[in-house]
Design a protein around this ligand. Structure first.
Ligand code: SF4
Length: 369
């Protein structure tokens, strides 16, 4: 049986920002909101990227600054800012993924004008005319803003060293995901999300430990109906654990707290310099619900997820009030129905699973058994 068992050592994920400076002393943290933000550039500026996630937070004071009909991820992030839980961040990088994030960036500045807000805006359509130039410029601008923030002149060497670390992390995560059936989806979620919140160097050590613990591990989760999980960010691993508890296996996902966190490669061999290679990765990696690209339409993405993983069914994770997810769901549902692939929607707000999620998953698994 797998001996990874990192649940105890990763219990800090329940409240990851509370004692971040004590947990990672000597580190200069920078917050970010989206998997498109090029972490290599932040790292090369001497900063430790820390993704701002929902992770169990509740909303109270932020109601005064942001409407209740916006996603819980945005509201809890603002709550953390209002209640001074994010004061350890030197700046925050916003990516323009949706209107909610755009408004959140404005609210952020109004709530705490002392915290620097940086923008990394990619076009919504990544293969439109001029997109490549736009994305290259966005990388250059971010780099320039970080030079101003950190007072450190960029060097190609520093950026190449940072790219090497993140490439190694992508390689190890891919290796770990190939051992899904030994590890369990909840554990995999914890290890992946820990990496979004801790220094990459320490995450590499964690991944190495996880992989070596797996070497003699027999498969534990390899028998029930095969499910793919689709959505954006999953802020609580309990949904994945519930699928396994009910007898299913999670065989694939396209979550930015899952496989999307490490998809795409920085191909230094075929590009003139490090920034050109980072730009190419941003354009070529699998897109998320907030982006568009010919050949990666919503229907094509869900059918490819099912085909490549040989999934029997799909669980859509829909954050309440998330427009990009809701827009994707309509054509994806139609495509799955036409292909005869069963699916359910689990709407999340607090992140944790309720009775409705259990009932829906049970029904799906019974249908597939
Ligand atoms: S994409 Fe959805 S979940 Fe993410 S910030 Fe926008 S509305 Fe919220």
């Amino acid at each position: 049986m797998a001996k990874v068992g990192m649940q105890d050592s990763l219990r800090w994920l329940e409240d990851p920002y509370a004692d971040w400076p004590q947990r990672f002393p000597g580190r200069k943290a920078i917050g970010y909101f989206c998997s498109y933000v090029p972490l290599e550039i932040l790292h090369a500026a001497g900063l430790t990227p820390v993704r701002i996630l929902q992770l169990g937070s509740t909303v109270a004071a932020a109601h005064a600054h942001f409407p209740a009909f916006s996603c819980a991820m945005a509201r809890t992030a603002l709550e953390r800012l209002v209640s001074s839980q994010l004061g350890f961040l030197n700046a925050v990088v916003f990516a323009h993924t949706c209107d909610t994030m755009q408004c959140l960036a404005d609210a952020w500045r109004m709530v705490d004008s002392s915290q620097r807000v940086l923008h990394f805006s990619l076009p919504t359509t990544l293969d439109a005319a001029g997109s490549e130039e736009y994305v290259r410029t966005a990388h250059h601008q971010l780099l320039g803003e970080l030079e101003l923030l950190s007072g450190v002149r960029f060097s190609e060497e520093a950026l190449l060293a940072s790219i090497a670390l993140y490439e190694e992390r992508r390689r190890l995560l891919a290796e770990l995901y190939r051992a899904r059936d030994s590890l369990g989806a909840g554990e995999l979620w914890r290890i992946t999300v820990a990496g979004l919140l801790m220094p990459v160097e320490e995450h590499l050590t964690l991944l190495g430990r996880a992989i070596s613990s797996l070497s003699d591990a027999p498969a534990r989760f390899g028998t029930g109906p095969r499910l793919a999980v689709a959505g954006t960010a999953l802020h609580d691993g309990s949904l994945l654990e519930l699928i396994e508890e009910l007898g299913g296996q999670v065989v694939a996902d396209n979550l930015c707290t899952g496989e999307r966190a490490f998809q795409g490669q920085v191909d230094l061999q075929h590009h003139s310099d490090a920034l050109a290679a980072l730009t190419a990765r941003a354009l070529e990696r699998p897109i998320c619900p907030a982006k568009h690209k010919v050949g990666q339409e919503a229907e094509a993405r869900i059918l490819e997820l099912v085909r490549s993983s040989r999934a029997d069914g799909v669980v859509f994770v829909q954050p309440k009030y998330c427009d990009p997810c809701a827009f994707d769901y309509v054509p994806q549902r139609k495509a799955l129905e036409e292909a005869g692939i069963p699916h359910v929607v689990v709407e999340t707000e607090t992140g944790a699973c309720g009775a409705q999620a259990r009932t829906r998953l049970q029904a799906l698994l019974e249908m597939l058994s």
